[in-house]
Design a protein. Structure first.
Length: 79
């Protein structure tokens, strides 16, 4: 069943990518008096693919952060 869910995430990724490309052309946010900028300046802010994969695989934010912090600690210790 994981493979089906991962396939759905991939399909969702491509749908979001197409929507992002369409929005990227049009969507703007007012910054100043006559100045605008894109609402989503990166695709990751629009759709976080890694986060969706982690949801399917059952990896929670705390599990990921714990290992990320450990990895950063080991890197600092090596220096």
């Amino acid at each position: 069943m994981k493979s089906v869910e991962l396939k759905q995430v991939d399909k969702s990724y491509w749908i979001h990518l197409q929507a992002y490309k369409n929005l990227q052309v049009k969507a703007e946010k007012k910054v100043g008096k006559n100045i605008t900028r894109p609402v989503y300046n990166t695709f990751k802010k629009f759709f976080d693919y890694e986060n969706e994969i982690n949801k399917v695989l059952g990896l929670t934010k705390s599990k990921i952060d714990k290992f990320k912090n450990l990895k950063n600690y080991m890197r600092r210790k090596e220096k």
